[in-house]
Design a protein around this ligand. Sequence first.
Ligand code: PEP
Ligand code: MN
Length: 358
Amino acid sequence: MLIVMKPQASEEDVRRVCEKIASMGFRAHPMPGAQRTAVGITGNPGALDPEEFETLPGVAEAIRVSKPFKLVSREVKAEDSVIRIGPPGSDVTVGGRELALIAGPCAIENRQQARAAAAAVRKAGARMFRGGAFKPRTSPYSFQGMGEEGLEILAGIRSEFGLLIVTETIDPENCDLVEKYVDVLQVGARNMQNFSLLKRVGRSRLPVLLKRGMSATLDEFLMAAEYILSEGNYNVILCERGVRTFADHTRNTLDLSVIPAVKALSHLPIIVDPSHGTGKRDKVIPLARAAVAVGADGLIVEVHPDPDRAASDGYQSLFPQQFETLVEQASAIAGVLGRTIALDPGASVSSAAVAEKI
Ligand code: PEP
Ligand code: MN
């Protein structure tokens, strides 16, 4: 059930509604919107009586939510969510008119490699840096990541380059460690339905980047996000990273049609990973262009200073120069749609220069 408050409802009115929900043994989720606040209810085993709430001061109406997912749904929040990243005062966001750009190597391999990658992606304008310290690999014999040492390197990148850090957390205990070092917790495709991890990141104060499982339907994807919101963390960024099909000219099939489908159903931002989505370097730039054209809220791209020697995913990692080309072309396409890519002010690619070209 969703309690829709009147536009003029006071904070006190919202608090009273939340208290009433708590006294019934359920959980209240106040969602402030541009026009009015809505309060979602979770934890109720069956339908509730709207009259219980409609008599409270400040309540406009109590409505039944028709979708299986509640808190991620546009029925609960009509406007697009804009997720703030980083410490208080940071102006980095995901969602809204500006597209976010996250880039870096698949895995942190050593300090020198991480610094070279950070310098390259920052030069091209990225404001967020990606890199795995814990890698859930298909084979137990493949490189598993540097662990806590990798997190320390990432923290160093944050202070030296001013880039905000996105990295993967692989299980609930691991999350205790990872959240001490980074700005965004990534839940990988293989963990999209690791429900104890989803609940754990749902209790974190950090935003979560949730990657779509490689065979997840749209409903399963949104339900995974619902797990995180239901624990009280509303800062979720969805990520399309390709799904498993019969096609063998790519590693995965990047399902760009999911972007408008998500936008119709949910207020959460969705970004695209054209690196894992194709698995092939020569297809990353074309699919990044297409992702922007279809309405993605940002891109997460693997970039390595020396892809041929990368410990993981080298064949899909861009050379730094290629990443600059990607940023230029993606910015031009964003411009056609009346959007911009949020670039670092010192970037070699400037939005103004791109705007002049088109
Ligand atoms: C990654 O981002 O390096 C990664 C492992 O991604 P995915 O979970 O999408 O495979
Ligand atoms: Mn990778």
